[in-house]
Design a binder for this molecule. Structure first.
Ligand SMILES: Cc1ncc(COP(=O)(O)O)c(C=O)c1O
Length: 396
């Protein structure tokens, strides 16, 4: 199917890569299945647009123009059937920046902010910033390993006074896509309690075949109570550019978030020159590349499932994202012990699952049942890593 090359292994060492140049001390040779970026080059149209802009030679202050907004609006219409007025869009220097600015605007010191672990670790930090109180409402995991939101517990959180919820949709690290039915139930609860939702939709473009993404902005009555934020950084592997777009229908909230961002410098509300060029090229030309990427990742997940089939490890193919969430509880090891086994015997660096249960992992005392593996790398390398994991686990 693919005219795109995801197979070539490109050496990222020496590029300042957080994933490849900052491996644990003494483990410079391990394969990092860790940090959430991909070992694939961005679509060639992005590289060409950047090269052309670099060749211009003058890199003065730059702002997004009509073409750049149009690229975003057509992308979200084409990929997610979302039509929003341009003025609802707020460019930001990244998803976490945007979420923190929104948290600050939507709450007061002492307010409770709810997050649903296991979830991307910065959620915990974000929810408890600026004197706010972090409340956790863990996802429910059934015996088959399927996660659902615990709406009864969420209602109890709202009844106890929480008015802001932060969700990850699709959810990193578990790879679940929340269905329209689930989001509709969530919406009913939020509307009943007049709660507001910050929806981190950074992974929404990477949907596995058969999965359908629904933005909270598409749930009737909820757009006004939602701060959704998305970005090309996961989709096209350009996390180094730092850019994201928030969709904020309420003009007062939008103005307040814009003001909050600019409190830290006027460029916080103005993506950098090269991130604008890269984003516009990606959204304009990147659709076929993304389709091919998804097909390739689907094949990588199949490989991972095959490689753990005759081990005590358990996993599902995720609905979305390039994260593979592995239940290693049957090994009888704590995940930090398992992580050491992987480093020493498999030559692989994985992310400890309990990093997604708390920001305070130094003193963390809860269950340690999962690891997160990043599937976004050339298949030959992934195969080598998975073979190492299989060997190490079976030899125990
Ligand atoms: C769910 C989620 N949100 C946010 C981010 C980071 O976004 P940004 O770099 O734009 O702040 C990541 C990166 O891994 C992520 O997985």
């Amino acid at each position: 199917m693919s005219t795109y090359d995801f197979d070539t292994v490109i050496d990222r060492r020496g590029t300042g890569s957080l994933k490849w140049d900052h491996r644990p001390a003494g483990y410079n040779q391990v394969i990092p299945l860790s940090l959430a970026d991909m070992d694939f080059p961005a679509p060639h149209e992005v590289t060409e647009a950047l090269a052309q802009r670099v060749a211009h030679g003058i890199y003065g202050y730059t702002a997004m123009g009509d073409r750049d907004y149009e690229a975003i609006l057509s992308w979200i219409k084409m990929r997610h059937q979302l039509t929003v007025p341009r003025e609802w869009l707020l460019p930001t220097p990244g998803v976490i920046y945007a979420m923190r600015a929104a948290q600050h605007v939507l709450t007061r010191p002492g307010d409770q902010v709810v997050v649903m672990p296991p979830v991307h670790t910065p959620f915990f930090v974000t929810a408890s910033r600026f004197g706010r109180q972090l409340i956790t409402c863990p996802l429910h995991c059934d015996t088959e390993g399927t996660y659902t939101m615990d709406l009864n517990r969420l209602e109890a959180c709202f009844a106890a006074g929480a008015r802001l919820l932060m969700i990850c949709s699709p959810q990193n690290p578990i790879g679940r896509v929340w269905t329209r039915e689930e989001l509709t139930q969530l919406a009913a609860l939020c509307l009943r309690y007049q709660a507001y939702i910050i929806s981190d939709e950074i992974h929404r473009d990477i949907m596995m075949p058969g999965s359908v993404f629904t933005s909270l902005d598409a749930i009737p009555g909820l757009a006004e109570r939602t701060f959704a934020v998305f970005s090309p950084s996961k989709t096209f592997n350009m996390g180094g550019f730092h850019t994201a777009t928030a969709v904020i229908p309420d003009p007062d909230i939008r103005a307040a978030v814009r003001q909050r961002l600019s409190d830290f410098g006027h460029s916080c509300g103005r993506p950098t020159l090269f991130s604008i060029v890269a984003q516009t090229a990606a959204y304009t030309h990147g659709g076929p590349w993304l389709d091919a990427l998804i097909h390739y990742l689907d094949g990588n997940f199949n490989l991972m499932l095959d490689m753990i089939a005759d081990t005590p490890l358990k996993a599902h193919k995720p609905d979305a994202t390039y994260m593979f969430w592995v239940d290693c509880s049957a090994l009888g090891l704590k995940t930090d012990q398992f992580s050491s086994l992987l480093l020493d015997k498999a030559g692989v660096q994985a992310e400890l699952g309990h990093l997604y249960d708390s920001a305070d992992y130094q003193t963390y005392k809860g269950p340690q049942t999962h690891m997160r593996l990043n599937a976004a790398m050339p298949r030959s390398l992934l195969s080598q890593a998975m073979e190492g994991i299989r060997r190490a686990v079976r030899a125990r």
